[in-house]
Design a protein around this ligand. Structure first.
Ligand code: BGC
Length: 427
């Protein structure tokens, strides 16, 4: 090989190595995570921050499930004075609770994101009034926790920046001022930036990375909102129960799901910055089969984009367990497989986006049914109501499903040009 070719190879190798920064490595090391909700961010609870939100055995159960990282949402704004010099009481019991979680994650060798959650009602008009308060808070938090191992502890500036604060230059100025405040105490720690418009994947295409090279970016996925948030009276607007997935609700909302994942993929490829999915979840009021189809869809996107993630939540309103018993016996199978939890080692089923020019007849199906409108090398996957794989084949035409018990199933169809999924009823 000539010296010229060797030099080019060397430059390429070094370039490639440099593109994987320390922040990339740390982001990849999050692997699978859980949000610790309804505890330190739960400002509506009269006993906030309650003593009995979570304990070490909860975190042990998470570890047993395969969880490697914890995102801890904290209502810091509720203990920050609103007038200069913006005093923050570091003896407040809130810090004792945070310290318990630091101790547990340390003992269990888990990573921890200290996430500044709720209470920052910023708009394009009022944000200047909060800028110094916000930066001061981060100085206090960074000073207190600068001793923590930067491989294991992370600072997240602000959960879901408000949609009413959509002036990007101002938002970035607010973020950069807080980053400067943290950097006075530590340059070693990676800072998590949750970009504009509620960390919505749809808005990521508008967001450009900041100058600090030790940042990790994050986004959230709850699309379509009228499906994932149905039945929750606390959500404004209220979405009534009954919306299935794929949608029987507003298709406009469902399109956000597909489009936002396209934008996330483009952003990741364009900027080569560390990026993870910081929140995603589907509420318990949605029907069980639809919940499975949704988590399979998102799990597939996570796998194909090689993302690390934090599910919202563990066993609360968006549970991955059939009961409040958080063991392998109780996890909803489709959650286990889609997110590779407990003993699951299989790679996810490839779940296509909807593309309805495929015909299945008869449906309701009997022992045999026919799939048409696809090429001969089609991939067919059938899952039951719990998301368990019951059939897979790589051909179309007449399909024999005489072995299936009566009930509802989902058929995923994927070929070179068409992707679809359909609900099947076996009679
Ligand atoms: C909010 C929570 C909410 C969750 C799901 C979080 O970012 O802070 O209050 O339950 O998203 O909507």
């Amino acid at each position: 090989m000539s010296r010229f070719v060797l030099s080019i190879l060397f430059i390429l190798m070094v370039g490639n190595a440099q593109s994987q920064t320390l922040a990339h490595q740390r982001c990849a090391a999050f692997e699978r995570g859980i949000n610790i909700n309804n505890w330190l961010e739960e400002y509506w609870n009269p006993n906030w921050p309650s003593a009995d939100g979570y304990n070490k055995s909860d975190v042990e159960a998470m570890k047993t499930a395969g969880i490697k990282s914890i995102r801890l949402p904290i209502g810091f704004s509720f203990i920050s004075d609103t007038v200069a010099p913006y005093y923050v009481d570091t003896n407040h019991v809130l810090f004792q609770r945070i310290d318990s979680m630091i101790k547990w994650t340390d003992e269990l060798n888990l990573k921890l994101i200290i996430d500044n959650h709720h209470g920052w009602e910023l708009t394009n008009e009022n944000w200047r009034n909060h800028k110094d308060r916000f930066a001061h808070l981060w100085g206090v938090v960074a000073k207190k926790y600068q001793y923590l191992d930067p491989e294991r502890c992370f600072f997240e500036l602000m959960n879901e920046p408000p949609i009413a604060f959509n002036d990007l230059d101002s938002l970035n100025l607010l973020f950069n001022t807080a980053i400067d405040s943290i950097r006075k105490y530590t340059t070693a720690h990676s800072i998590v930036v949750s970009p504009n418009l509620g960390s919505w994947g749809m808005a990521l295409n508008l967001y450009q990375p900041l100058a600090d090279t030790n940042l990790i970016y994050t986004f959230h996925c709850y699309d379509p909102l009228d499906f994932t948030h149905q039945g929750f009276t606390w959500h404004d607007p209220f979405y009534p129960e009954g919306t299935l997935f794929p949608t029987t609700g507003d298709p406009f909302y469902e399109n956000f799901l597909y489009e936002s994942w396209r934008r996330v993929a483009t952003w990741k490829a364009t900027y080569n910055k560390p990026l993870f999915l910081g929140e995603f979840g589907v509420g318990s009021y949605a029907d069980a089969e639809s919940r499975c189809r949704w988590i399979e869809f998102v799990g597939n996107k996570i796998d194909s984009l090689n993302l690390t993630w934090f599910y919202w939540d563990w066993a609360g309103g968006f549970p991955m367990f059939n009961s409040h018993v958080t063991t392998e016996d109780s996890i909803i199978p489709c959650f286990k497989y889609a997110l590779h939890l407990f003993s699951d080692t299989v790679s996810g089923i490839e779940v296509p986006e909807n593309y309805n020019t495929v015909y299945v007849y008869p449906n309701p199906i009997q022992d045999m049914f026919t799939v048409s409108g696809v090429s001969s090398d089609v991939k067919l996957v059938i899952t039951d109501a719990t998301g368990k794989l019951v059939y897979q084949a790589t051909n179309s035409g007449r399909i024999n499903t005489s072995f299936l018990k009566p009930g509802y199933y989902t058929l995923f169809i994927s070929d070179r040009s068409k992707n679809s999924w359909l609900k099947l009823l076996k009679q």
